[in-house]
Design a protein around this ligand. Structure first.
Ligand SMILES: Cc1cc2nc3c(=O)[nH]c(=O)nc-3n(C[C@H](O)[C@H](O)[C@H](O)COP(=O)(O)OP(=O)(O)OC[C@H]3O[C@@H](n4cnc5c(N)ncnc54)[C@H](O)[C@@H]3O)c2cc1C
Length: 385
């Protein structure tokens, strides 16, 4: 006979750990996290930049951020593990179309209680004196945004999961999923056989593959994203907001220990499992970084200090949360793109309510439902970084 569990969470990244923790807090019975790697948090979660922002363009993402920022603040205060620097995010643009988009997003954020501010170019320069202000038309800033250590988030969630008696089984890959008699799903997990009332798909970039293993379909695909670390001479400067040049898509932040982390994503990048740094990345960055951050043009970009990882992407840049239309015992919680670390608390709460209450009360999950792809009813996030 297989061992029985109430909920099996497949994937021990930030999302799976957050889901498991919230399930136990909501009173779910036996909860097991099944992670194929030798330890948790080794997938996309280990490659993230750690950015946290409420400055999105859709209600779903803004509400997830508002909830998550409060929880990340609490977790950091309680554990001291997150290294959460609330430097704010500064969004900058120099085109009229960009300004109109920023204004619309700003109004939506304010209407949802996010205390974003509209800045003049002079105010933006006060925050980041080395900014190139030429042609700057608009800037917004939200002081509770910032950045944190993704490994710290994994460590804090893991510690809470342990405290709440979640079983975390590492080195345990789920290789088969079948319907169980009377509902639920039977899993082959490493050398274990398991019967679960509910299975949560938190397999990150592999969530599409996992859905296929369970006999369904989910359009979550891996897309490679690159980051560079740029040394600066003279030791650590003052922290600055996470700066986003919306005209080029370049994003920079200063590390607390000095130097800058710089990112740029090519929207044309195809899906790929490759996690080596894209050889074109440094050149693409060099062409764009001077638009707002000329200081960085003069600093050495060292290819040995770049890294890459996978965004778990969906066609509309929103996560997928909800029961699978074909396999109702399967709940998806995946496809977080470049927002998975910052949205992990909200994702966990959403799934816990779905499973233990039969529906989510804290968030409207309708826009995130798995069926939206087949129905052609997508919501598109344009603030994709
Ligand atoms: C370069 C880069 C920068 C980023 N920057 C940010 C940022 O600034 N802010 C932000 O919020 N997010 C950022 N992200 C995105 C973020 O990292 C992801 O959205 C998030 O980590 C997704 O978490 P996850 O738990 O879904 O996936 P993962 O961390 O990949 O976890 C999924 C886990 O599932 C396991 N798994 C898969 N299949 C199976 C199976 N069959 N059986 C058992 N285990 C399985 C994997 O081993 C993995 O550990 C960035 C990502 C990258 C690559």
């Amino acid at each position: 006979m297989p061992e029985t569990v109430d909920v099996a969470v497949v994937g021990g990244g930030v999302i799976g750990l957050s889901v498991a923790r919230e399930l136990r807090l909501a009173g779910a019975g036996r909860v097991v996290v099944l992670e194929r790697e030798a330890s948790v948090g080794q997938g996309s979660s280990s490659r993230a930049n750690g950015g946290v922002r409420a400055q999105f363009t859709t209600r779903a993402n803004i509400e997830f951020s508002a909830f998550s920022i409060a929880e990340l603040e609490r977790l950091d205060a309680a554990t001291g593990l997150l290294g959460f620097h609330q430097t704010g995010y500064l969004l900058l643009c120099g085109t009229e179309a960009g300004r109109d988009g920023l204004a619309e997003a700003f109004r939506l954020q304010r209407s949802l209680g996010v205390d974003a501010r509209w800045l003049t170019p002079a105010e933006a320069l006060e925050l980041v004196p080395f900014l190139r202000p030429d042609g700057l038309l608009a800037a917004t800033f939200h002081a509770r945004d910032g950045f944190l250590d993704p490994h710290g988030v994994v460590a804090a969630l893991r510690a809470e999961a342990d405290r709440l008696a979640v079983e975390v089984a590492t080195g345990t890959e789920v290789t088969a999923v079948e319907p169980a008699p009377g509902g639920g799903l039977d899993l082959r997990a490493g050398d274990r056989r398991m019967r679960a009332g509910v299975v949560v798909n938190a397999a990150g970039p592999a969530a599409g593959r996992f859905a296929a293993l369970a006999g369904s379909e989910l359009p979550v695909a891996p897309v490679r994203r690159n980051l560079a670390y740029v040394r600066e001479p003279g030791g650590p400067g003052e922290l600055i907001p996470m700066c986003v040049d919306l005209d080029t898509g370049v994003l920079i932040r200063r590390e607390a220990s000095g130097g800058f982390v710089v990112a740029w994503s090519d929207p044309q990048d195809p899906s790929s499992w490759d996690t080596t740094v894209d050889p074109r990345f440094l050149e693409q960055l060099a062409q764009r970084v001077g638009n707002r951050f000329p200081l960085l043009e003069d600093l050495p970009l060292d290819p040995r200090q770049c890294w890459a990882g996978l965004y778990p992407e969906t066609p509309d840049h929103h996560a997928v949360i909800g029961r699978d239309p074909l396999v109702p015992a399967l709940v998806h919680c995946a496809g977080f793109g470049g927002h998975g670390v910052m949205h992990a608390p909200a994702a966990g709460r959403a799934v816990a309510e779905l499973v233990t209450l039969g529906g989510c009360r804290t968030f409207d999950l309708h826009p995130l439902r798995p069926a939206r792809f087949a129905e052609g009813d997508l919501i598109v996030e344009t603030a994709v970084l």
